[in-house]
Structures are given as structure tokens and as C-alpha cells.
Design a protein around this ligand. Structure first.
Ligand code: MSP
Length: 654
């Protein structure tokens, strides 16, 4: 990594309404980056907060019949609560109504005014009430006139202006000389495109008779400061500017201002020119991410399709939600949020690949090694398979570091998932359930230990994204709950032989298809309906005699899958049993079935049967069995449940 310290910021959020998925996303992204940098040993500072002045907040307060300060105080709690729930590790939370911030804003304003960087003039033109900006025709798409826009009115008033225009050439030069300043590249071109037109001076005041919820201009108390001029300054006031020089110098310039694409101009034109005028160095990178869409549609309150992060957390838990947002969005591009996509990714990455690996491994350590991490020889990495496994782990570490640097966390996560699949393949190849039957336990111990070590590093790489679940995973492997660090990513052999492993409750229980087939997203509007839509158990009068009733949820806990029988053979000394190798999707499983008196082994090969795939593994007559076949039996006869027609193995049976 090129930086030694790391200072990351999110936009500060308006307190006119409760937080939504867009706010949650940027904050989770900043948190994940901050946690990665801490993991890599970089001193890190992470700032977030709320933007509490301006027309939007004043109007929301008026609507609610409360003061703007009350509006801010009520809403800030919702942001703080959400960040706490999402396990956000910001080092400071700034509110623009905090006194220290107001003082910094006023000091900067006074200084710029004293040095004639700010002047008073009359403005006669168009003003957009929603965005609180002055509108000129050049800002609009061709052919559109300001007077045609719904929230634009003509105003004529005296105001204060910041001499932004004089920095135009300097800014273009800076952007061209520092390609990392605006990222991704196409956003840099967008700003350069904007700067091809003459840059106006920036109106930084609002007369109090029109808006009084803001910071007073120190040199003219009839005016308050324009909300953006006030808000942008949070990035320096929040780390001690003009209050604690040492702290400020330690963190500034920011390494990343993370923003949404809609606030590019304020961050890449207003902010750098303000800093230049105040003689403060510029941030290293302003990174604009895309938008979360609801399916293919823009999220908006009026469409009722805004995803509520609190509901997602309540339904699926914090870590899977964090994981989905980070793994799914390719930074810079828009991404689509649907509950279907969420469940699909959860089941494949988390329940199948990662969750199953941990449960297989801890099951075997429990069964074969008395729930203690086994001992292995020091030279274990000399063997080909183990060396290959550890090399793959180290490659995943390198790739993740590179992905963090390139802001492509989605790719880093995909690499980790690949390495996790590699650990699963290693187990398939080594077949510890077969090794367990050998006299010499060293090969079994090697397999289990190496898989656990590999998984330990994967858990560390995923820790910044899923801190809670990865802590549980560490504990299951007999490790302490403490945060992982860089050194431990590279070091072999940190799991202690003899440490107590434990079988945790399923880390990521599969989300069943009842939810998978629902295409609606969890929005405020359908959240209420959804709870009452839950499937319920069959009414009592339908109960067949002598059969215990189970709930729909009980039934859905069973994972029934199609499986193709690849091999079948007898088990010595057990004339009722057959040992089968069954392909379930991409996984080959050994299943012991009590069907030898009804089927010849050869007759079974190629049949597609139904397997209970989430049955606890069992050892039957010394042979390990990972699942059970469904069959119908009456009296002496027994026939397997098979599939009528073509369907791929691993398909869900319901
Ligand atoms: N207060 C200003 C920022 C000042 S920073 C000095 C602001 N606040 S906001 O609450 O309206 O928006 C905050 C962020 O949320 C913006 O970066 C915006 O892009 C982002 N998002 C709003 N909706 C979004 C999505 N649907 N998806 C992703 N991010 C989106 O602007």
C-alpha cells in the first residue's frame, strides 16, 4: 500500500429524513475500507456525521411543527442508531450544529472576506429552491429554460460571493496533473467537461429573511452561510483544524472523500477552490460511487421503493447485509438491489461455500479429534497439496490488498470466495472421512489442520466486511476473538494445536426458497404486509391420523436436492447397506443407504434421486454418510424416489 496513514470520510447526511440504503452504503464502504487499513497496520481515521443546516432541514421542521434544531436532534439519533447496529467504527461523528464546527466555518469566512476572496454584490437571476443553487442556462440541458423548471424562481437580492472563477485554470491544471484526484476516471472527465464552460463565482450567503437556519456570516449578521460552504468544511473541522494543529496535520489531507455521483461538482469544484483560497492542501482522492437502484428503477420516496436498511438488518442480520452491499457493487457503477439477488448471493457465497466449509470442518474436528485442533508436523507445507493450498491463500491476501488499493472490493471478495472454494476442493481431494479410518492419524490431522489454517486467513480477509460472523468463525477454530492483523495474514501455523474447537450453530443458515421466489424488495411500504404474508402451518383438521404436525418452517428446514448417483458399491460385513457417491450440483458426496436388498449396485449408477442434503453426517458401520436418499416403502418393498425427466443435479426439491 502506498499510504502510511489513512483518513476516510463519508458525505455528512441531511437530517431532513431518516437514513436509507444510499446512506448506509457509503458508510459501510468507508467502514470496510477503514477496517482493512487498520488490518494492514495503517493509522486510520474515519469521519462521518450529519449536515444539519439549510432549507431542506428548515422545511422538514416546519412540516413537523418543530424547530430546526429539534428536527436535527430527533433525526441524528436515527443515524447514530443505524451506525451502531451496522457496527460502524467511525472515529468521530460531526454535526454541523456543533459549536466547534460553526467557529471554524466563521473563521474561514472572516479570513476569506478580509483577503477579498469574498465580496458583496447584487444577484439577479434564477434560483432552484430544491437544490438551493443558483441556476444559469448553461447548467441546463440544451433547449431547457430555467423558468420551465418546477422549483425555480426568479430572485433579485444582495449576497456574498466567493471568487471561485479566478481558480478555474488552476483547478483544471490540478485535475490534469493529479489523475488520482477524481476517481473513477470517467468522473474526472465529467468535472473537466463542466470546467470547459466559464466558472462563476459562488454565492455563499442566504439573506435571513429567506432562510435563517444556518451559520451567521461573521461580517454581516443579516445573512447565513450557504449550506454547502458550511458542510464541506466538516472534513477539516472534524479533525481539529484551527483547534488541534497536531491532530489536523496528522490526518489531513484526506485520502478518500467517498461521495455519491450526484455531489461530484460540490466536491471537485467548490471544495478544492475553497481549500486553495484558504491555503490548505487538497484531498488526495474524491471517489464517486454509483447509485443503488431498486431493480432497474431509481429509488424514490414517491415510488415507494426505497430500501430501508433497518428492515434488511432485522430480517437477515447485519453481516450478510454489509457483505451483499460490498460484494455486489462494482465501485463507480450503479448497482441493482433486489431481495432475490440478496438471497441468491447469500445462499451461494455464505450458506454454501463459507458456512458449509466451517460446519464440515468443525464437525470433523469434533468427531475425529475430540473437538481439539490436531497437531501437525512442522514440515507440513513441503507436501504438494498443502503447499498449493497455502499459496492460494497467500495469493488471495495479495489480491485483496491490491483490490483495496484499487477500490475494487467486489473483486477482492470474489478472490476470497474462490480461495474458500479451493479449501472445499482440498477437503474433497484429501477425503478426511476416509483418512479417519486409517491407523496412522497424521494424514487426517494434516488435512484438518491445513484446512483450518487456510480458513483462518480467509476469515481475517472477510473480517472488515463481516466483523461479527468472522469473530464467531475464529472462535469456532479455537482462536481468540481479538481483531486479526496483517502479520497474521502472512504467518503460517497460528492456530494452536490442542485448542478447543467448537461446532457453532450454523453461521449462515440457508434462506429458503419461500423468500427466494419473492421478488419484492424490503421497502417501508411492503414491510408491514410481508409479516402477515408469512406461510403458516396447515390447519389442524387436515392432520393425517397418527402423524405429528410440523410447521411450514420445520419443513422448510429440510434441504432436499436432486443427486446423480456416480458410483455404488457394497460395504463389507453389512449386507443391507450400499456405499454411494452422489453428485449434488458441483459437490460429490458419499451417502450410505440401506437399500442393498432392493437394488443391485450397478443398477443405481446414473439414476437421479432425491437426497436430504442438510442431514448431519453420520458414521454407519464405520463408513461416513453425508445425506440420506428418499424412498417409499411398504411391507417388504422399497423404491427410491427418482426424478421424472431431465433436471440437473443439485436442484431444490420442494
Ligand atoms: N448533505 C449532503 C452532503 C454534504 S457532504 C459535505 C448530501 N446529503 S444526502 O443525505 O442527501 O446524501 C448523502 C449521500 O447519499 C450522497 O452521496 C448521495 O449520493 C447518496 N445517495 C442518496 N441516494 C442514493 C442511492 N440510491 N444510492 C447510493 N447513494 C445515494 O447530499
Amino acid at each position: 500500500m502506498s499510504t502510511t496513514k489513512f483518513y476516510v470520510t463519508t458525505p455528512i447526511y441531511y437530517v431532513n429524513d431518516k437514513p436509507h440504503i444510499g446512506h448506509a452504503y457509503t458508510t459501510i464502504l468507508a467502514d470496510v475500507l477503514a477496517r482493512y487499513h487498520r488490518l494492514l497496520g495503517h493509522p486510520t481515521f474515519f469521519l462521518t456525521g450529519t449536515d444539519e443546516h439549510g432549507l431542506k432541514v428548515q422545511q422538514a421542521a416546519e412540516k413537523a411543527g418543530i424547530t430546526p434544531q429539534e428536527q436535527a436532534d430527533n433525526t441524528v439519533v436515527r443515524f447514530r442508531d443505524l451506525w451502531e447496529k451496522l457496527e460502524i467504527t467511525n472515529d468521530h461523528f460531526i454535526r454541523t450544529t456543533d459549536d466547534y464546527h460553526k467557529k471554524v466555518v466563521q473563521d474561514i469566512l472572516q479570513d476569506l472576506f478580509d483577503r477579498d476572496e469574498i465580496y458583496k454584490a447584487e444577484y439577479d437571476g434564477w434560483y432552484d429552491v430544491t437544490s438551493e443553487t443558483f441556476v444559469t442556462e448553461k447548467d441546463l440541458p440544451e433547449g431547457q429554460k430555467p423558468e420551465d423548471l418546477p422549483n425555480v424562481t426568479r430572485i433579485k437580492e444582495t449576497n456574498y460571493f466567493f471568487r471561485m472563477s479566478k481558480y478555474q485554470d488552476w483547478l483544471i491544471q490540478h485535475i490534469n496533473d493529479n489523475p488520482e484526484f477524481i476517481q473513477p476516471d470517467f468522473r474526472r472527465n465529467e468535472t473537466l467537461g463542466f470546467l470547459r464552460q466559464p466558472l462563476n463565482d459562488l454565492c455563499i450567503s442566504r439573506p435571513k429573511n429567506r432562510l435563517n437556519w444556518g451559520i451567521d456570516l461573521p461580517f454581516d449578521r443579516d445573512f447565513v452561510c450557504y449550506v454547502w460552504f458550511d458542510a464541506l468544511i466538516n472534513y477539516i473541522s472534524g479533525i481539529g483544524y484551527q483547534q488541534d494543529d497536531k491532530t489536523f496535520r496528522k490526518w489531513w489531507p484526506a485520502d478518500y472523500h467517498l461521495i455519491g455521483k450526484d455531489i461530484l461538482t460540490t466536491h471537485t469544484v467548490y471544495w478544492p477552490t475553497m481549500l486553495k483560497a484558504a491555503d490548505i492542501p487538497l484531498p488526495r482522492t474524491v471517489f464517486a460511487h454509483g447509485w443503488w437502484l431498486s431493480g432497474k428503477t431509481k429509488m424514490s420516496k414517491s415510488l415507494g421503493n426505497v430500501v430501508n436498511p433497518m428492515d434488511m438488518i432485522d430480517r437477515y442480520g447485519v453481516d450478510p447485509f454489509r457483505y451483499f452491499l460490498i460484494a455486489e457493487m462494482s465501485l463507480g457503477q450503479d448497482a441493482s438491489f433486489t431481495e432475490e439477488a440478496f438471497v441468491r448471493r447469500y445462499n451461494s457465497d455464505l450458506a454454501n461455500d463459507l458456512g458449509n466449509l466451517l460446519s464440515r470442518l468443525t464437525n470433523m474436528i469434533t468427531r475425529y479429534c475430540d473437538a481439539k485442533i490436531p497437531n501437525v508436523s512442522k514440515n507440513v507445507l513441503k507436501d504438494d497439496a498443502e503447499k498449493e493450498l497455502w499459496d492460494a491463500v497467500q495469493t488471495a491476501v495479495e489480491k485483496m490488498e491490491a483490490s483495496v488499493e484499487r477500490m475494487r472490493l467486489d473483486l477482492g471478495i470474489a478472490d476470497v470466495l474462490n480461495a474458500i472454494r479451493g479449501i472445499n476442493r482440498y477437503l474433497e481431494m484429501k477425503q478426511p472421512w476416509t483418512q479417519a479410518r486409517e491407523e496412522d492419524k497424521a494424514p487426517l490431522h494434516t488435512t484438518l489442520y491445513c484446512a483450518a489454517e487456510a480458513l483462518r486467513v480467509m476469515a481475517a480477509l472477510l473480517y472488515p466486511v463481516m466483523p461479527g460472523k468472522m469473530t464467531a468463525l475464529r472462535e469456532a477454530l479455537g482462536l481468540s476473538a481479538g481483531e486479526p492483523d496483517t502479520e497474521r495474514l502472512r504467518k503460517w501455523g497460528l492456530i494452536k494445536a490442542g485448542a478447543a474447537a467448537n461446532k457453532p450453530a450454523a453461521l449462515f443458515p440457508r434462506i429458503e426458497d419461500a423468500i427466494e421466489t419473492e421478488s419484492k424488495t424490503m421497502t417501508d411500504e411492503n414491510a408491514e404486509k410481508k409479516t402477515s404474508d408469512k406461510p403458516t402451518a396447515a390447519p389442524a383438521e387436515k392432520k393425517p391420523e397418527g402423524v405429528a404436525l410440523i410447521s411450514f418452517e420445520d419443513f422448510m428446514m429440510m434441504d432436499l436436492r436432486t443427486g446423480k448417483i456416480l458410483e455404488a458399491g457394497k460395504i463389507e460385513g453389512a449386507d443391507k447397506l450400499l456405499r454411494l457417491q452422489v453428485m449434488i450440483g458441483s459437490e460429490k458426496r458419499q451417502v450410505v443407504a440401506g437399500i442393498a436388498q432392493h437394488y443391485d449396485a450397478d443398477q443405481l449408477i446414473g439414476k437421479t434421486v432425491v437426497v436430504v442434503a442438510n442431514l448431519k453426517p453420520a458414521t454407519i458401520r464405520g463408513v461416513e454418510s453425508h445425506g440420506m436418499l428418499l424412498a417409499a416403502s411398504k411391507g417388504e418393498s422399497l423404491r427410491l424416489v427418482t426424478i421424472d425427466g431431465e433436471i440437473s443435479s443439485g436442484a431444490k426439491v420442494k
